[in-house]
Design a binder for this molecule. Structure first.
Ligand SMILES: *[C@@H]1O[C@H](CO)[C@@H](O)[C@H](O)[C@H]1NC(C)=O
Ligand SMILES: *[C@@H]1O[C@H](CO)[C@@H](O)[C@H](O)[C@H]1NC(C)=O
Ligand SMILES: *[C@@H]1O[C@H](CO)[C@@H](O)[C@H](O)[C@H]1NC(C)=O
Ligand SMILES: *[C@@H]1O[C@H](CO)[C@@H](O)[C@H](O)[C@H]1NC(C)=O
Ligand SMILES: CC(=O)N[C@H]1CO[C@H](CO)[C@@H](O)[C@@H]1O
Length: 888
């Protein structure tokens, strides 16, 4: 042991020495590239010195955790070189690249290849690498731009003088955003690899994973991406695929990059800092978004991939679910106790136990007898209902008794085996064996639409929850197992669970309409989401609610997501914040984790803290797994119910603000939930914060994340902050620092940022009721005594109210003691009956002597002033009237 230590110590000294000498060499391995610059030459398991040297790479051990021991030498025998001149195209240029030598890592190298740059917009560059001689698989998501000239673009794309590097720079600052040495480029039939340096280690994104931190650890972390039915565990590839990252440059500008590729892939984040992308099919199709603010990056990203859909107002209410109610009686008891405690509650979900023997498009007429009538009863109370549907369909019912199978079989809608004509047969929840609808096939969409429409007459659902759509199969590939060929067992399998493409799903050589499952696997959930969205709209005549477990680039346009089958553990509570922040970067802002955890039994305190945090998830749902003890907020007794109710009432009172954020998201692509980094980018201290988050720019949530804790250390970036509960201003001495804030069991710390006006509405136990209540405004002043905000309002569930201009939009500004409400749009007649009943101002320096509303003076009794600087003014004014309130 002692000997080991001193050896390590020596290594550290040597490494430090190397560092001091400014050498790019690795002290432990003379002549080799520095450890931080190593790129793995043996990314698959089982590296050895022999295997490494046989492929022309360097083998050298290191103490640096996760650093590769087998890596490309500086004079790597691999890669490509430029051949010929740059050729101008319509929207950019293209150049041919030739493979440099005959050595190959995984065989079937392609040469020549083409690198093509397309200046799509002034802030969006597309560059791709493809085979000019053969059409390879490409994701069917068209991202096009009008095109700009090189002069108009905010970026500069070029080759280094010696043509060995390909770089993208931000014109305004000269910062290099992308820099790929051609020598590190691989383009073979089943192995594509590219490396780029990034301008800083403030890198965010990539999914879907459970990341331990929001800001990535760049010490050779590798993340695989391939849709998989996998409960969240560190480093595992989970349900969806999002090859998108955002990077904050040293001067606080931000950019984003999408790799539009659906094949199994992984990315290594190295300390250089650099990123190495590896994928096993398709092409390299990159899109770079110039920002320059984090919010601009996401706006530009969602402009390209599709803006998030506008959720129905009711879907912002609290939702309850569990797998394993087991019977309608148990469900009713649960609902009754929620109502007995008056806990705000808008939506009830039905998981697979409502079905007869887990068969889609049925309900259990024994244990859930009376379900259709009960759904009507809940609707009369102003509530909404969501039903789950799984993608697999049993083939083993008596012929003529199960229409979903019979019709699908007749229409030929299943994913087929490699022969292209016989359906792939696996096993999942329903009895017997199952087949898998191929949603990339237009006929499947027809079949699904018909069944969902007919099912509406059985259960009057308001939305559909599509689960298990990775797709999940309980076997390793379909029967009789996957053939041993290069598609099922490619030479390189990315860093995914089990290093298997078929475990828990179908064989890669299965056939879908769009192509081999090998290419379309991770598009399964994505291809199911849009048709489900369309049929829910058709069936209900209202705005769709579709909750999908598997997602891909662009899923937010039609669907919501939850973070999957999490565990009732404190770690999962904490990491859920990272998950919701990441999905806001991925353009899926309607996101939440299962409150109180899905797997395992929860505890009183964990569940209570989770109810508090979950009250501020955009998608706020308590959900539980079969066999676990009950965890709805009414089951733990009076104290728990009282605290949950109080916290949810805060959510409900701020729903007009949240809904307005969703409007901004739908129209401009804004994030709904944001990190502190997102708003305070130039403050480096915010870059690593993932224990608190913001609703929009203005409302900070700082939950308790540790068992037994009765306080939270909150970081207050440089702004005015007000305690939500007291209206007290956070002391200036706390700014740009952590401060300990009290958080007894009954409380989740919440703060409002100065400079913003938040619309609120008196809460109720459903949004159906709260939507009729009076509005208020919370005006939190900044240092200059100014603030602004807005309110979007419509009927909450009609389709395309924005597109049809059936909405109300008001803009609020407060300046020099004067509040003005300006009506930008008055297209929703329902707004006519609504009114404001109060206005709260935080951060006033002095008690006003007099107040006038539209020129008429207001009696002194109508307002109260506290020494803290909080003023409350009671008024009664129609929402649709422009107000001008002056404080003298
Ligand atoms: C699958 O096979 C059926 C016949 O069983 C056929 O009608 C259908 O077009 C095939 N689909 C694909 C994508 O190969
Ligand atoms: C969880 O709770 C259920 C119901 O109360 C109980 O049957 C089960 O044994 C518990 N599980 C564990 C692991 O404690
Ligand atoms: C931050 O707070 C700590 C502890 O209260 C204090 O020691 C430190 O001086 C503060 N830093 C700044 C920059 O105010
Ligand atoms: C102001 O009005 C809002 C909306 O009606 C209500 O939720 C809030 O409690 C009121 N605040 C005060 C201080 O009366
Ligand atoms: C509590 C929680 O939601 N934890 C993790 C659940 O899974 C997602 C990934 O799907 C993670 O991002 C969450 O952090």
């Amino acid at each position: 042991m002692a000997r080991m230590r001193s050896l390590c110590f020596l290594a550290i000294v040597l490494a430090a020495l190397g560092g001091c000498l400014g050498s790019s060499r690795d002290a432990q391995c003379p002549g080799a590239v520095a450890v931080k610059k190593r790129i793995d030459c043996h990314p698959q398991p089982g590296a050895s010195q022999e295997a490494c040297e046989a492929r022309g790479c360097t083998w050298c051990s290191t103490d640096v955790p996760n650093a590769p021991w087998c890596f490309f030498p500086e004079d790597s025998p691999y890669g490509y070189s430029r051949a010929g001149n740059i050729e101008k195209t319509d929207k950019g240029w293209r150049v041919t690249l030739n493979k440099r030598q005959s050595l190959s890592l995984f065989g079937n190298d392609i040469s020549p290849i083409v690198l093509e740059a397309e200046f799509q917009t002034k802030d969006r560059l597309r560059f791709r690498l493809y085979d000019p001689n053969k059409q390879r698989f490409e994701v069917p998501l068209k991202i096009e731009g009008p095109g700009v000239t090189a002069e108009e673009a905010n970026y500069e794309v070029e080759f280094s003088e010696d043509s060995t590097h390909f770089t993208v720079k931000r014109k305004s600052t000269g910062t290099v955003l992308w820099d790929s040495p051609l020598v590190d480029l691989f383009f073979s039939n089943q192995f594509l690899q590219i490396t780029t340096t990034v301008p800083s280690t403030s890198v965010y994104g990539f999914g879907e994973h459970e990341h331990p931190t929001f800001k990535h650890n760049m010490d050779f972390s590798t993340y695989g991406m391939y849709a998989r039915d996998q409960a969240p565990t560190s480093f595992a590839n989970l349900y969806g695929v999002h090859p998108f990252y955002m990077c904050v440059e040293p001067d606080s500008n931000a950019h984003g990059v999408l790799l539009l590729n659906s094949n199994a892939q992984d990315v290594t984040l190295s300390p250089n800092p650099s990123l190495t992308f590896r994928t096993i099919g398709g092409i390299f199709d990159f899109y770079l978004f110039l920002g320059p603010t984090p919010e601009n990056v996401i706006q530009q990203y969602t402009e390209a991939i599709g803006r998030p859909h506008m959720p129905a107002y009711w879907s912002l209410g609290f939702q309850l679910s569990r797998w394993g109610y087991g019977s309608l009686d148990v469900l009713k008891q649960t609902v009754d106790r929620m109502h007995r405690y008056d806990i705000p509650y808008d939506v009830q979900h039905l998981d697979i136990d409502y079905m007869e023997r887990r068969l889609d498009f049925t309900y259990d007429k024994v244990n859930f007898a009376g379900l259709p009538e009960y759904i009507q009863e809940l609707k009369k109370k102003g509530m909404h209902n969501i039903v789950i549907l799984d993608p697999f369909i049993t083939k083993d019912e008596e012929p003529g008794t199960y229409k979903p199978y019979d019709l699908g079989q007749e229409m030929g809608v299943w994913v087929n085996n490699s022969d292209g004509v016989t359906p792939a047969v696996g096993q999942a929840w329903p009895p017997g064996d199952s087949v898998f609808p191929d949603y990339t096939n237009p006929r499947t969409v027809e079949w699904w639409t018909q069944l969902c429409l007919e099912f509406k007459d059985v259960l009057d659902y308001d939305g559909i929850w599509i689960d298990m759509n990775e797709p999940s199969n309980f076997l390793r590939g379909q029967y009789p197992g996957c053939a041993d060929n290069e598609i099922n067992n490619p030479p390189y399998i990315p860093s995914i669970s089990d290093r298997s493409l078929s475990q828990k799903t179908l064989c890669p050589d299965s056939k879908t309409y769009l192509g081999e499952h090998y290419n379309t696997h991770s598009l399964f959930g994505w291809s199911q989401t849009e048709p489900t969205f369309n049929v829910v709209q058709q069936a209900t005549g209202k705005r769709a609610f579709v909750l999908s477990r598997s997602t891909f680039v662009g899923s937010g346009k039609h669907g919501a997501h939850w973070l999957g089958d999490n565990f009732s553990q404190w770690k999962d509570l904490r990491r859920s914040i990272i998950g919701i922040l990441e999905f806001n970067l991925f353009g899926i802002p309607y996101i939440g984790a299962d409150i109180c955890g899905f797997n395992y039994n929860t505890t009183y305190e964990l569940c209570l803290r989770w109810m508090q945090l979950g009250s501020f998830y955009p998608f706020s749902r308590n959900h539980n797994a079969e066999g676990n003890s009950e965890q709805d907020p009414a089951v733990f007794g009076d104290e728990f119910a009282r605290i949950s109710r109080a916290t949810l009432l805060i959510r409900y009172s701020l729903l007009p603000y949240l809904y307005t954020l969703f409007y901004e998201s739908h129209v401009h692509g804004n994030t709904v939930v944001r990190s502190l980094m997102h708003e305070f980018t130039s403050d480096q201290q915010t870059h690593g914060i993932d224990t608190a988050f913001l609703w929009g720019p203005a409302f900070m949530i700082a939950p308790v994340l540790d068992e037994g804790a009765r306080s939270v250390d909150v970081y207050f970036p440089d702004a005015e902050w007000f305690d939500y509960y007291t209206g007290l201003k956070v002391p200036s001495a706390w700014k740009k620092n952590y401060s300990t804030v009290s958080a007894p069991l009954s409380k989740i710390p919440l703060f409002i940022r100065g400079g913003y006006i938040l619309p609120e509405q008196a809460p109720a136990t459903t949004t159906t009721k709260s939507r009729l209540n009076p509005f208020g405004l919370i005006i939190a002043l900044d240092e200059q005594g100014e603030a602004s905000g807005s309110l979007f309002w419509d009927d909450g569930d009609s389709i395309d109210t924005i597109e049809n201009e059936n909405y109300f939009l008001a803009k609020y500004t407060f300046s020099k003691g004067n509040l003005k409400t300006e009506i930008l749009k008055n297209g929703y007649p329902g707004a006519d009956t609504l009114k404001y009943n109060n206005i709260t101002i935080l951060g006033l320096k002095l008690r006003p002597q007099a107040v006038t509303l539209n020129g008429r003076s207001i009696h002194g009794d109508a307002f109260s002033f506290e020494m803290s600087g909080k003023l409350t003014l009671r008024i009664s004014a129609p929402l649709t009237q422009e107000l001008n309130i002056k404080f003298y």
